[in-house]
Design a protein around this ligand. Sequence first.
Ligand SMILES: *Cc1c(COP(=O)(O)O)cnc(C)c1O
Length: 479
Amino acid sequence: MPPPPLATSFPAVQGVPGAEPLAPFPDPHRHDPRLERFLHDASSQLCRWLGSASASSPLPGLSVLPAVEPEATGLTPDRLLADLQLVMEGAYNPGHPGAIAHLDPPPLAASVAADLICAGLNNNLLAEELSPSLSRLERSLCGWLAERLGLPAAAGGVAASGGSLSNLMALVTARQHRGLVERRDAVVVASAEAHVSLAKALVVMGLPHSALVSVPTDPGGCLDAGALELVLADLERLGRPVIAVVATAGTTVRGAVDPLIPMASLCRRHGHWLHVDGAIGAVFALAPDHAARVEGLGLADSLTVNPQKLLGITKTSSLLLLARPGLLLDTFRTGLPYMEASWGGGHGGEAGLQGTRPAEILKLWLGLRQLGEAGITALIDGAIQRRLLLEHLLSPLADLELVQGALHLLAFRPAGLSPEASESWSQDTRNALLARQLMLSRPVYRGHHHLKAVLGNPHTRAAELEAVAEVVSGCLPIR
Ligand SMILES: *Cc1c(COP(=O)(O)O)cnc(C)c1O
């Protein structure tokens, strides 16, 4: 019998007659100038998009989309780039100076390059044999960052695709470590203003909604430590086991930071796990003049950090850091029977929920190297300065109630309106702002719609903030 045949080439793609088409897979034998040209053209297209961010609105109108299904034969590079362009035209525009609605800053240049390289390497952070250098980079960078944020010397962690996942993995680890896996009556204790990802985590963990015990906040939006003490005493009396106490370092509406040090000492006294959700606030500890805004981060048993939110590391970039990182392996290890054993302290895919993972660590590492300590500090300084300026511009407006915390977020609404009136005020004012290419968000907080500004966009200047104040002033209800 003849050996079965192997196809030696790909089916023909649509191409310019006479010209050799772009190979679908990069040639492993020689440098391919057509591939280089294609990536170069794609970069040029991206650079044109980035460089014209301020020419349109932060939020473009509905755009035309290319066909979603593949054609009978593959497309030429020109058509691929044209398709990309159509999608780019409808994209949210985080580089616009008026983009101050959400925790989504423009991307750091080094992060963009690292993302491209990450795609080209196509390594897998599941196991060391699939990502030898990148696995080591992830472990070292997590260790360095943990120590830099004040965790003990042996601390470390793992990268996760977003803060929701980091929070989930923290709670699962805490539950496992505390021997509460079988307990249906176990609870998680957090402030009433903690992030919605905690409720999602409980759904995944098979716990009822009532397993999230809310502690009231003070007028500043921070968990009330006195109330926490009472809640913990109650739970103890009732015999309800506590999976973890969660402190939020930067709430999503106003950037309030819970009292980390008193919470940590309460946790020590009661023997509870302290998880700090620092998705927004943890990075402030990197700037010497601002570290006091999140003092006590290092007392956490586990800490969520989202460099995607203020530092401009491209999405997604989140880390879960633990004082005792070995607990991640204790919780998630399965033995990974189809991989060579780890030679460096455990596979990344054994230290968390995700299996196959991209090398998200690359863009964090290169982004931080690009910024340097001075750049990191400047980014954080700038965010705080913009919040203080906007606060200064808005506070003289009569009857405008501002809510803020220690970080770079500021929300506001006119005092004395009904919830319905607050809602329509927020809608009208947001539209008036959008007409000036200024985008704020419209969260509901304490029963009322607010307008919220997140001041992490490094392109936002005083002129934009003055324009916000002018529009808001013109939209205040007349009394
Ligand atoms: C954004 C955020 C999260 C969730 O992070 P994702 O990356 O969106 O999953 C968790 N906690 C807080 C306080 C946040 O602001």
